[in-house]
Design a protein around this ligand. Sequence first.
Ligand code: GLC
Length: 428
Amino acid sequence: MTDMVWEPQGDWKWWAHDRFGLFIHWGLYALPARHEWVKNQERITDEAYQAYFDHFDPDLYDPKTWAQAAKDAGMKYFVITTKHHEGFCLWDSKYTDYKATNTPYGKDLIKPMVEAFRAEGLRVGFYHSLIDWHHPEFPVDRVHPMRDNAEYRAETAGRDVRKYAEYLNNQTRELLTGYGQIDLIFYDFSYPGEDGKGRDDWQSEKLIKMTRELQPKILVDDRLDLMDVPGGWDYRTPEQVMLRKQPQVDGKPVLWETCQTFSGSWGYHRDESTWKSADQLVRMLIDTVSKGGNLLLNVGPTARGEFDQRALDRLSGMGAWMKRHGRSIYGCGPAPEGFETPQDCRLTYNPDTNRMYVHVLAWPFRALHLDGFGGKVKYAQLLNDASEIPIVPAERLARWGVDENVLSLVLPVQKPDVVVPVIELYLK
Ligand code: GLC
């Protein structure tokens, strides 16, 4: 642990290098197929929700195909919902009957998934819900599906959150001891205050201590309600938003990852139509990395156990771009001071290779002027095909009266046939 307000405790170097991961939200909510919060939104009782448990049978589940799709998209780690707020466990926990092994499917889903992704070289992360809308000792609160049911509230008034916290603790230990090295854990989420739940309910300090003891390298998210506790979190998790700048603590930039959906729902949602295009998603990834963050992009598999076609199309669209432009993403972060971001562009920089990447979001005619780059670049090329981009000689710029701080590049008239063209600059 640390005395600093913020200092990451886990092994974060690989993560800050890899930048791009896959989130997977999978549970019983794949059957109603209308948002993972459906039990809450529609105030569904345990009895009625049982229908999804009784019919859970993802017969086409083949995690190797998932891992392959993630790898082809350029993703380097994945985070799976071991349990979401509905309380259903994807692994064979000895502390509950409410688990995949007791459904018609009858098998553990986590182990083969972890093995399949590891086999493709991806790191392993677990999302684990602090909230549990099925557990018999989880007190009904303002976020619970039964919150408006006065009778139910009265009947369950004796629930003991300490017993629930013990369950949470036991299950976390199971997850962190049963599957080898776990690289990251995403606890979700706290809502302290009146009729809410926070660190005392979850016993967050005990939980994070155990987490770090069992998995010394693990990275922990920021939703345990321990923001002000030294060592209480490793990285920030802004959700479904694009940031204007890198988050800071005490004026110091911190590790962060934005998690994003394809369509607004995390769980499989059959009828949701506000899907982002692959083009948009590529831009989101670039923007995030230019501000020193990671992108965790979510797929909600179907109840048959597949990624649906819309998800596959986006993943392959991103993969096509990543195949030729991964160099401007992996190992990259914000540009050092002094280099200004040209209009309609995003900069990323790799400190190990000393190369700068100019992502050109709107292709200009012929000339691209870069303030603060004058005299600092020895060679420029398009990243997609390594074709030279001529640099206008400094003497000529001087004759035109252009400031010596400026670097001018001569672009081809036609935009290269990629979603976002990138110019790779070898710095002196
Ligand atoms: C939330 C939601 C949720 C989703 C998660 C992802 O807090 O409750 O459904 O799993 O964020 O970040």
